[in-house]
Design a protein around this ligand. Structure first.
Ligand SMILES: [Zn+2]
Length: 313
């Protein structure tokens, strides 16, 4: 299999870049059904934040200023739908990262595959009949829980899709001969592994959760809403780490030794395993809207239980 030559100089888009995008698109179409009606423009830009905020403006959402930091990593690409039925998308990539000598071709391909799968996933759901995106404001803990679960699993699924593209284009030498390059190994090689970062993410958040757990009176709503939102970020990091773990043949993210005795793992392992089991049970692309809804039911209950254990509900 030839290695794709990802161009370093990418503004304006080159034919080679178009070729890379279409190669990834073809591989993604082997991995999952291709939506009927979907257009994605790939933009590689010097002003990443401004381009993201501009796309948000077009799509009519107000998320304020874009922050590329996430628990466990930094975002270098973002896919944003421009219209309500999610047929038009912009995939925006930070050119400083894309063109950097430290960014490998494998990492570029992986990021692009991940980002290009977001629009596909969203459209597949809507074409299957989902009306979830029309549900309106996320104004209750239950709705927040559902969105947190869905967002985390979307990251997980997009990483698995990227893993399949990576494995089709790149190989690695192992004791058993050459094997498809797994996304988990890529992360360990270039130091951007979520699996390697998840214990630090847990360490960072632990004092705040301990504070809530030890509070004598009920905690104020602004604080609980922040914790609920941070649960979403935490789950998203777990989603990435879970994909990396599985790509390496591990049973899941909580199999890593760093989490074995972690105080936060004692709280998060059960809900996360419940969410993953629901996902495993409802795998597949047919009727994905119904499957996602069933997974969200399980995830909602798992997170509400978690928040009750934290006494923030
Ligand atoms: Zn993503």
């Amino acid at each position: 299999m030839p290695y794709p030559n990802v161009p370093a100089n990418t503004e304006p888009p080159t034919e080679l870049q178009d070729h890379v995008v279409s190669t990834i698109g073809a591989l993604l179409s082997q991995y999952a059904p291709c939506p009927r009606d979907l257009t994605v423009a790939v933009v590689i830009t010097e002003d990443f934040a401004a381009a993201v905020e501009d796309a948000w403006r077009i799509s009519g959402v107000d998320f304020g200023l874009f922050d590329s930091t996430r628990p466990g990593g930094t975002v270098h690409g973002k896919s944003i739908s421009l219209n309500d039925d999610r047929t038009e998308w912009r995939t925006i990539i930070d050119s400083h990262w894309w063109c950097a000598d430290t960014t490998s071709a494998e990492r570029r391909i992986s990021l692009l595959a991940h980002e290009l799968f977001h629009p596909r996933l969203e459209r597949l759901r809507i074409e299957a009949g989902s009306v979830e995106h029309l549900a309106g404001k996320v104004d209750t803990p239950a709705k927040g829980a559902r969105w947190s679960v869905r967002n985390a699993l979307d990251e997980f699924r997009c990483d698995l899709a990227a893993n399949s593209v990576l494995g089709a284009l790149f190989t690695v030498e192992t004791d058993q001969g050459r094997r498809p390059l797994p996304i988990g190994l890529l992360g360990l090689k270039d130091g951007t592994s979520y699996l390697g970062a998840v214990a630090d993410v847990f360490d960072e958040i632990l004092p705040e959760w301990k504070h809530v757990l030890s509070a004598r009176q009920s905690v104020d709503p602004a604080r609980t809403s922040l914790i609920a939102r941070k649960t979403g970020g935490l789950l998203t990091a777990l989603g990435h780490a879970e994909a990396e773990a599985r790509s390496l043949g591990m049973p899941g993210v909580f199999a890593i030794p760093e989490l074995a005795d972690h105080a936060l793992a004692a709280l998060l392992r059960v809900p996360w395993v419940q969410i993953c089991e629901a996902y495993d049970h409802h795998q597949g692309w047919d009727d994905i809207h119904l499957k996602d809804s069933a997974i969200a039911d399980v995830g909602q209950q798992a997170l509400l239980n978690l928040w009750q254990n934290l006494r923030i509900l």
